[in-house]
Design a protein around this ligand. Structure first.
Ligand code: F6R
Length: 249
């Protein structure tokens, strides 16, 4: 197995600033680099810092090509809780990414079109030359993307049923509306295909999942543990998310 790189920061903001600086250097070398993007609370400070760099230092992100990990299904793209809306408001508009170059699975496709939609999404990743850097958050249950516990290491992009803990956590974003029962997600094998992976986890609520991923068994009960099969993974944690790791106890 491969030892992951572990970086521990005092706060999520400090981690966001460090990762944004890394992305800035990456884009300076290769403006059209292919990045895999997550949504949710975890990357917010990173995306805010990418926007600040665009505003204050005139960093140009407009050639970056990107593929989002996942989207709720069924869900209208314009729904305020869709991952498309999240990307528009948190990254594309404030940081000046080109919306046409950042692809997101669609929550709007009809049941009979899902397979073709997913095949086309995977084909565009291949045509782009694959994902160079896959950014990830981790769920309370150790999920990555919408690969819930039980997802095999060989899983590919597909429609999945969301775990109850995932739907409960999403409730606040949906207000009066039902949280969708399903999601379209890249699979674990797709994530492992990326050249490099960076996982972010912040806050005490993630400490158990982080510990299971880094120190527990490598199996599908904690999908993030399967990242230990990848040769180049960096974990960026804050002190709270790192607090259950053996090395600190
Ligand atoms: C989101 C995604 C999920 C989240 C995870 C953590 O695109 O793929 O796996 O990264 O659920 O969510 P937050 O960051 O909201 O705690």
């Amino acid at each position: 197995m491969n030892a992951p790189h572990l970086q521990i920061y005092p706060t999520a903001q400090a981690a966001g600033i460090a990762l944004a600086a890394e992305l800035r250097a990456l884009v300076a070398r290769q403006p059209d680099v292919v990045i895999g993007f997550p949504t949710g609370g975890t990357p917010r400070q990173l995306y805010a810092e990418l926007a600040r760099l665009a505003r204050e230092d005139k960093v140009d992100w407009s050639q970056v090509r990107g593929f989002n990990l996942d989207e709720y299904w069924p869900l209208a793209s314009e729904h305020p809780a869709s991952f498309r809306s999240f990307m528009l408001h948190n990254l594309i508009e404030p940081a000046g990414f080109d919306a046409d170059l950042l692809r997101i699975p669609s929550g709007e496709v009809a049941t009979e079109e899902i397979d073709a939609h997913i095949a086309a999404y995977q084909a565009s990743i291949r045509e782009a030359g694959g994902i160079y850097l896959q950014l990830l958050g981790i769920g309370l249950n150790g999920h990555i993307g919408f690969n819930e516990p039980g997802s095999p290491a060989t899983s590919r992009a597909r429609l999945v049923e969301l775990a109850e803990v995932t739907r409960n956590r999403a409730r606040a974003q949906f207000g009066e509306d039902e949280v969708p029962s399903h999601g379209i997600t890249l699979g674990i094998a797709d994530i492992l295909d990326a050249e490099r992976v960076t996982v972010m986890a912040f806050g005490a609520e993630k400490a158990q999942a982080v510990c299971a991923a880094l120190e527990g068994a490598i199996d599908s009960s904690c999908p993030a543990s399967l990242l230990r099969r990848h040769p180049n993974v960096t974990w960026m944690l804050d002190t709270e998310a790192a607090q259950e790791l053996g090395m600190f106890n």
